[in-house]
Ligand binder design. Structure first.
Ligand code: NAP
Length: 263
């Protein structure tokens, strides 16, 4: 039997690259990105012509890892973020529903306020950033248009990946990030474990919102210190600091299924 034909949007990004790396042997992945770097095909998902050209082709599964994923970038161009993080997933959901093909869309723990942990799939989501709002409303549109779609809410991606961007752990290990928050808890998530679990989720027909993230919440500073120590490096160069006031601080996740347990 031929492997399923998969459209992977966001294939040059952190998660897209991990998915490609880990699943290319099992799936017939068609990798697309905005830039066309890293042997992907260039499709600008903000262009209706490109979108319709792409969706005019046949796929057995669509995975959406394309996003404006940096909160700071969303603030610089709110309209672009809304179009990519919110309207593009909605368009995909309409397409996948019409074609009756599975859809996996990635979302974030930053849809939650970070004030009343732990967060489950049914916790009220009230983001504190524009990024969080674009993702939350994207999730709502997807569910509304295609309840059978799978929306994976995850947290800070960590691990080695060959992408146009780097993960938090790569930044810490390379010394690019030294300021780490002592008062900000996240479920740091092993990116390859997350990528590797996708075929299983599909086989088991998961749908709706699922939290899939690292098992334990840890402060960003504690995670960074442990990471450096485990790599035989001295963590004393880290600068322990408090997060800016609007940063969600207690984002402990507790998924309702075993899917959370990625460590
Ligand atoms: N990074 C994290 O720690 C984290 C945490 C929680 C949730 N998530 C979620 O996980 C998903 C993947 O995040 P990520 O960190 O892997 O993202 P990323 O590294 O920022 O990658 C974004 C991808 O989107 C593509 N893209 C951007 N604008 C586009 C456009 N106009 N047309 C087509 N493609 C476009 C980029 O292509 P180019 O490279 O060509 O620009 C790139 O492939 C997102 O939904 C994000 O919200 C991420």
């Amino acid at each position: 039997m031929n492997p399923p034909r998969v459209l992977l949007a966001g294939a040059t990004g952190r998660l897209g690259s991990a998915i490609r790396e880990d699943l290319s042997g099992r799936l017939n992945i068609r990798p697309v990105s905005r830039s066309g770097r890293m042997k992907t095909e260039a499709f600008d998902l903000l262009s209706s012509k490109d979108r319709e050209k792409l969706l005019g082709q046949d796929f057995d599964l669509i995975v959406n890892a394309a996003a404006i994923s940096e909160p700071s970038e969303c603030v610089l161009d709110p309209l672009k973020s809304w179009r990519l993080n919110t309207l593009w997933p909605r368009r995909l959901a309409i397409h996948c529903a019409a074609q009756s093909i599975p859809m996996i869309h990635f979302s974030t723990d930053l849809v939650y306020s970070g004030g009343i942990p732990p967060y489950t799939e049914s916790s009220p989501a009230v983001p504190s950033s524009l990024y969080g709002w674009t993702k939350l409303i994207g999730d709502i549109f997807v569910l509304n248009r295609y309840p059978e779609a799978l929306i994976i809410r995850t947290s800070v991606l960590c691990g080695e990946v060959n992408s146009t961007k780097t993960t938090f752990s790569q930044d810490i290990l390379a010394g690019r990030v030294r300021n780490v928050y002592v008062n900000c808890w996240r479920n740091h998530t092993p990116i390859h474990r997350l990528a590797g679990i996708l075929p299983d989720l599909l086989e088991r027909s998961f749908s709706g919102i699922q939290i899939v993230a690292g098992k334990y919440a840890q402060s960003r500073s504690a995670y960074a210190e442990e990471l450096l120590r485990n790599a035989g490096k001295d963590p004393s160069g880290l600068i322990l600091t408090y997060a800016p006031q609007n940063t969600p601080s207690k984002l402990h996740l507790r998924g309702r299924t075993m899917l959370l347990q990625l460590i």
